[in-house]
Design a protein around this ligand. Structure first.
Ligand SMILES: *[C@@H]1O[C@H](CO)[C@@H](O)[C@H](O)[C@H]1NC(C)=O
Ligand SMILES: *[C@@H]1O[C@H](CO)[C@@H](O)[C@H](O)[C@H]1NC(C)=O
Ligand SMILES: *[C@@H]1O[C@H](CO)[C@@H](O)[C@H](O)[C@H]1NC(C)=O
Ligand SMILES: *[C@@H]1O[C@H](CO)[C@@H](O)[C@H](O)[C@H]1NC(C)=O
Ligand SMILES: *[C@@H]1O[C@H](CO)[C@@H](O)[C@H](O)[C@H]1NC(C)=O
Length: 420
């Protein structure tokens, strides 16, 4: 059993290596390093002519990329990252991409079910970092290596959740909506915008000063060290964490097949002997590794890491958004405030029932898992995730009564000041 499992991972590694080598060879010009001693000089305009010549082959160093801020939202599934991502997506100076690393996973390890993905995702990390580096430099053509069929004329209708990115649904990429449009529905974008012209998407990216990418496919902040230390980038990582008991409850409801055994446990009160524990331990281990690194303040993370609890965001969306924006140097915009008002509590206008309306009674909803999970699942989760719960100020409960008594919050007040 043990042996065949290792063989599978080894095989996956080999096959990823082969495919990835093929992709790198195919797109080899993207991998040239800008040939000046300090790549930051590229495009800074001191000796424009020679730099232009040198950088000609490297279009993404031809503009003021060093003046740009690159944002990575580091999250996990069902931790509130789609909602959090919207707070960037709605900003007019942000080029936001929703989960572009999906394409890496889908190309390199296509048949790995989500349950096994936890084990094998690390094999795609190198490829993921290369893609992120290219996207932050507005090189969207790089994505084409991971899209099947390979896009012709830099045009494709296969971008994962394209409609979740406002920049990919508005001018200059798509002129189906007026620039003053508040919220563009994902389905409307797909229907009205036609195939995505990646050349226009690149232009749209270059017009903005912030590139934000949301992902649940990077395990921990340590996996981003190479990008954070890359002098060509100005990367800031916002790590969004959530109470693992809430994540578990939400996943059990959402991922029907993968969490089948957990659902059986929940329904019968008996823990199946073959329950896949890694689904839970991976969340807590990744969180704990990452947060511990962040809070230990290594020099390479100075000014580059901010920790945010989903529960705090849900409880006080506007205030937390302001803190995050301040850390990133983003100015608050009316459109963002409107979006928050439309999609969180405080707006009971029926016409405002958007996709994220589950957060409308946010403070209550962030802890609603307490009414859904049984005490023994909670108790078990607390044992497995104890260190993480302690570190983040999530209180453990000691009885079913305590679990269900909603008048006592399990989220302790705790302030995480960014390390500047
Ligand atoms: C970079 O920005 C400065 C000031 O914003 C501008 O004068 C210069 O032309 C820009 N350089 C390039 C290569 O776009
Ligand atoms: C790509 O563009 C060329 C020139 O405009 C055209 O002849 C060709 O049919 C296009 N290919 C596809 C697949 O659309
Ligand atoms: C907020 O809701 C109003 C009314 O439904 C709508 O007109 C507006 O476009 C929305 N704004 C945003 C940013 O979602
Ligand atoms: C994509 O946009 C570019 C820039 O406007 C244009 O030159 C190109 O023809 C467009 N591609 C297609 C396939 O329409
Ligand atoms: C809930 O907790 C509060 C505060 O500890 C306590 O006063 C109250 O009696 C509890 N309610 C129930 C139903 O146990």
């Amino acid at each position: 059993m043990q042996c065949s499992w290792k063989a599978v991972v080894l095989l996956a590694l080999v096959s990823v290596a082969i495919q990835y080598t093929a992709i790198r060879t195919f797109t080899t010009k993207h991998f040239h390093i800008c040939p000046v001693p300090n790549p930051l000089n590229c495009g800074l305009g001191q000796d424009v002519e020679s730099f232009d010549r040198m950088c000609d082959e490297y279009p993404y160093f031809n503009y003021n990329s060093s003046k740009r801020t690159h944002i990575l939202i580091l999250a996990t599934t069902r931790s509130g990252s789609s909602f959090f991502g919207q707070l960037f997506n709605q900003h007019s100076d942000v080029f936001y991409l929703y989960e572009p690393l999906f394409h890496v996973q889908n190309t390199l390890i296509p048949h790995v079910p989500p349950s096994r993905y936890n084990t094998e995702r690390r094999v795609t990390l190198g490829a993921s970092r290369d893609l992120l580096r290219s996207l932050y430099n507005c090189d969207l053509y790089f994505l084409e290596s991971y899209i099947k069929p390979q896009p012709a004329n830099h045009t494709t209708d296969k971008i994962f959740r394209r409609g979740a990115s406002k920049a990919l649904c508005s001018v200059p990429v798509c002129d189906a909506f007026s620039p003053s449009e508040g919220n563009i529905e994902e389905g409307d974008c797909i229907r009205k915008c036609g195939p995505l012209n990646l050349t226009l998407a690149t232009e749209s990216c270059r017009e903005r000063h912030y590139v934000a990418i949301k992902t649940v496919r990077i395990p921990e902040v340590n996996d981003l060290k190479a990008l954070i230390e890359d002098p060509r980038l100005n990367l800031k990582v916002i790590q969004l964490v959530r109470d693992p008991r809430g994540i578990l409850s939400s996943r059990i409801e959402t991922f029907w097949e993968t969490y089948r055994l957990w659902r059986i446990w929940k329904a019968t009160g008996r823990k199946p002997y073959n329950l896949d524990l890694t689904l839970l331990t991976t969340v807590c281990d990744d969180f704990l590794n990452s947060v511990s690194t962040g809070l230990s303040k290594p020099a390479w993370l100075r000014g580059r890491y901010m920790l945010l609890r989903y529960e705090d965001l849900a409880r006080n969306t506007l205030e937390k958004t302001k803190e995050v924006y301040e850390f990133l140097g983003l100015t608050m915009e009316k459109n963002v405030v409107d979006w928050i008002n439309n999609n969180t509590r405080g707006n009971n206008d029926a016409s405002a029932k958007h996709k994220y309306s589950t957060l409308r009674d946010s403070a209550a909803n962030a802890e609603s898992w307490r009414l859904k999970l049984s005490y023994d699942i909670v108790d078990y989760t607390q044992t497995v995730c104890q260190h993480f719960l302690d570190e983040l100020g999530y209180k453990a409960v000691n009885s079913p009564e305590e679990l269900k008594n909603m008048s006592v919050s399990l989220v302790e007040d705790k302030t995480f000041i960014p390390f500047l």
